[in-house]
Design a protein around this ligand. Structure first.
Ligand SMILES: [Zn+2]
Length: 88
């Protein structure tokens, strides 16, 4: 689900990720990193701040971030449950 640039209305936005931040963090760290460091960037306009999006689009982005955080928490709980299960 690509979001079109709210400035030029031409390009679909790419989510840019800083690389190397998640080293050692594993899957949970990777998902949390994705949720918080992802920036929407247009080839012409550069990085688009969240405030430039329409309220509906912003809501979608926030919901997606919340989903990523929720997903990583579920993964973490599943991992801990697995470790407890292994220990027994
Ligand atoms: Zn643009």
């Amino acid at each position: 689900m690509a979001i079109t640039c709210p400035r030029c209305l031409k390009h679909p936005l790419k989510v840019e990720q800083k690389s190397g931040v998640y080293a050692g963090g594993g899957a949970v760290g990777f998902m949390l990193m994705r949720a918080f460091s992802g920036k929407h960037a247009c080839p012409d306009c550069g990085t688009i701040p969240l405030s430039d999006f329409s309220p509906e689009t912003r809501q979608g982005i926030i919901l997606r971030k919340a989903g990523l955080v929720f997903g990583s928490l579920v993964l973490l709980v599943a991992l801990v449950a697995f470790l407890i299960w292994m220990a027994n």
